[in-house]
Design a protein around this ligand. Sequence first.
Ligand code: ADP
Length: 259
Amino acid sequence: PQAPKQAGAGKLELPGVKKIIAVASGKGGVGKSTTAANLALALSRMGLKVALFDADIYGPSMPLMMGLAGIKPGNRGDRILPLENHGVKVMSIGFMMPDDAPIIWRGPMVMGALEQLLREVEWGDVDVMVVDMPPGTGDTQLTMSQRVPLAGAVIVSTPQDIALLDARKGLNMFRKVEVPVLGVIENMSYYVCPSCGHREHVFSHGGARQAAEQLEADFLGEIPLDIKIRETADEGTPIVVADPQGAHAKAYGEIARKV
Ligand code: ADP
């Protein structure tokens, strides 16, 4: 790939895209992608034109989660047309490569690929673009935060101390590049036993709220650990669409109204 433009070369321009929100986490596996997909769908249910950009280059999950696995985006001239499902436009590096190809690119190549995708996609009119960021706080994330004109970032964390510690790093990264941190979402907040209704705080509880307070960031809400959230995401119809009247859809909807 061509050498990417260096950080500081200015922001990418995405004509037609009004607002871009990053969904980030300090580490992987905390449910960042699941949250990004459900948040995008909740924003769409509010009547907004929504796009979802999967920048999680090492483990792109949007093709599967948005029910678009195995489908290739079309072209118009030299522009790539985003795919669309559940009313949301979706673009992922995952559409561009075979499922079993491991990504072993170095940081600059990752940035080059992400920038190219962002630039060459014909997004059309978009009120909000949700970006599923790569996990962590390395160079890629930093460059991405500098190059993409982000309106703000939300940080997803489990309540566990270690995830929170990483979430703090994520938060500080965005502050460093002057991207407003819109707040913290606690995912896998608690588990409700389907037979008896007992709440189990598997990863302890309330940590994200506390950390948000300490870091003077808003606490945007909590999402429980529920097998239905995983199953619906795996099936390509996330919970906000699969059970639009349910408690989880409501919780994502409340978060969507705050961002
Ligand atoms: P990340 O993007 O942070 O790596 P994912 O969104 O891919 O994390 O989630 C990791 C795994 O956890 C997936 O199998 C996903 O379905 C599951 N998961 C995420 N959030 C929840 C939740 N609230 N309840 C149950 N499973 C969840």
